[in-house]
Ligand binder design. Structure first.
Ligand code: HAM
Length: 419
């Protein structure tokens, strides 16, 4: 017996039905916002991912050398691949370019519920604008995708890395000191952040200001505490985004969270995360923000923002909330009563399929009562029973599987009745 690799999953047909359904809802929402789908390869050159993050990221990747000696990696995410694609082939496209994608990603993570080594993302990138309305629209789209998919309990947190870094420079923190603080900020360990700031000889009042800004969701308070033109301008932009979210998109339950630092190295400016608190440790459903990669990849600089939704976690959140996924159904199950009826039954089956009806037929010659039992086990809505007596009258028996009511109907009328 072979075992499935650690951190990967098989999906049953019931699970696939749920996944396809949710994927369709997400796809529709992307398209209603004017986004167009793209696809990139599952593996890329290793350098694409180390270019920004350095070699440290290799620990978190599935990387390998192919038979031609090329260093490659299974993609851990799709932003770098999509920007590679953009720089290579799409730079001349009219702006803003709104691209969305679905794709499996691979990370050498420690697997647990909601965290896998192979997982699926639904994401997007907008290239060529960073106006407040563009950012608000993108954040609203992330929220609406999850809302339309049916997730009820959502928390939207919005931060800004430029404000955070301007605070860091305001307090003259060195790069190393910032590096030390960031993981603690990420884990909301604010007492430790305060102690570390004091160890770095930051005045008590200043350390308090910084930790206060990291913890408050009151934008007025932040406005009173931050100094410097960059931070003030970023706050103004943030205020505009929040106002659009509220007044134009009807999204009110957001929170300012200056402690969002994001795990990936390419972010700058606005960042946001959407959580499903019911999921516990792995509750982050979506993460994104403004970032810079184009210039590093050799393209002409232009603003970029994007996000990715963890598809698997979205399904988990829906299951936890007892979301009622549509039941897999079959329109018709065809039952030939005798062996002689098989040819005609196959023909009727195939005619219906060609009209777009979902039809299955008994392929085990198992007889009427077992066939009916099977038809109800696969949620068939109707059964068509084809026997010699019926055929003599150019007819079949159509049984409503829910009520058990049976009627003799002309073969030429089947399609009309079924549809
Ligand atoms: P990320 O936050 O690394 O961002 O991933 C986005 C989402 O993918 C997470 O919020 C989470 O739901 C899901 N996810 C991440 N790792 C795993 C895992 N091991 N198992 C299951 N789900 C996982 C990005 O990937 C960025 N590329 C997003 C982005 C697009 N930023 C700008 N554009």
């Amino acid at each position: 017996m072979f075992k499935i690799p650690r951190g990967t999953r098989d999906f049953t047909s019931e699970e696939m039905q749920k996944r396809r359904y949710i994927e369709e809802v997400m796809q529709k929402t992307f398209e209603t916002f004017g986004y167009k789908e793209v696809q990139t390869p599952t593996f890329e050159t290793l350098e694409l991912f180390t270019a920004k993050s350095g070699d440290a990221i290799i620990e978190e990747l599935y990387s390998f050398t192919d038979k031609g000696g090329r260093d490659l990696a299974l993609r851990p995410e799709l932003t770098a691949p999509v920007i590679r694609f953009y720089v290579d082939k799409l730079q001349m496209e009219p702006k803003p370019l709104k691209l969305y994608y679905f794709g499996n990603c691979y990370r050498y993570d420690r697997p647990q519920k909601g965290r896998y080594r192979e997982f699926k993302q639904a994401g997007c990138e907008i290239i060529g604008t960073d106006t407040a309305e563009a950012n608000a629209e993108l954040i609203a789209m992330a929220y609406k995708i999850l809302e339309n998919a049916g997730v009820k309990n959502l928390v939207l947190n919005i931060g800004n890395l430029n404000i955070l870094s301007s605070l860091f420079s305001q307090f003259k923190l060195t790069k190393d000191q910032q590096k030390y603080l960031i993981p603690q900020i990420d884990k909301s360990m604010f007492e430790d952040v305060f102690d570390a700031l004091r160890d770095f000889d930051i005045k008590k009042e200043d350390a308090s200001i910084l930790t206060e800004i990291l913890q408050t969701s009151d934008i007025k308070k932040i406005e009173n505490l931050v100094m410097g033109d960059v931070a003030k301008k970023e706050l103004e932009e943030l205020n505009k985004i929040l106002s659009f979210l509220d007044k134009s998109f009807g999204i009110k339950n957001y929170q300012i969270k200056m402690s969002i630092v994001r795990g990936l190295d390419y972010y700058k400016g606005v960042v946001f995360e959407i959580e499903a608190p019911s999921l516990g440790a792995e509750k982050q459903l979506c993460g994104g923000g403004t970032y810079e990669l184009i210039k590093l990849f050799g393209g002409k600089e232009t603003p970029t923002t994007g996000f990715a939704i963890g598809f698997d976690r979205t399904i988990l959140a829906l299951e936890l909330e007892k979301y009622e996924f549509p039941n897999p159904t079959l329109d018709v199950f065809v039952i030939p009563v005798t062996e002689e009826m098989i040819e005609k039954s196959l023909k009727i089956t195939q005619n219906l399929r060609e009209k777009g009806v979902k039809v299955d037929i008994d392929l085990l010659r198992r007889g009427m009562s077992k066939s009916l039992k099977y038809a109800s086990s696969i949620n068939a809505k109707k059964a068509i029973i084809i026997g010699p007596k019926e055929l003599e009258q150019d007819s079949v028996t159509i049984r409503d599987m829910e009520t058990g009511k049976q009627d003799l109907k002309k073969i030429k009328d089947i399609e009309k009745i079924i549809k």
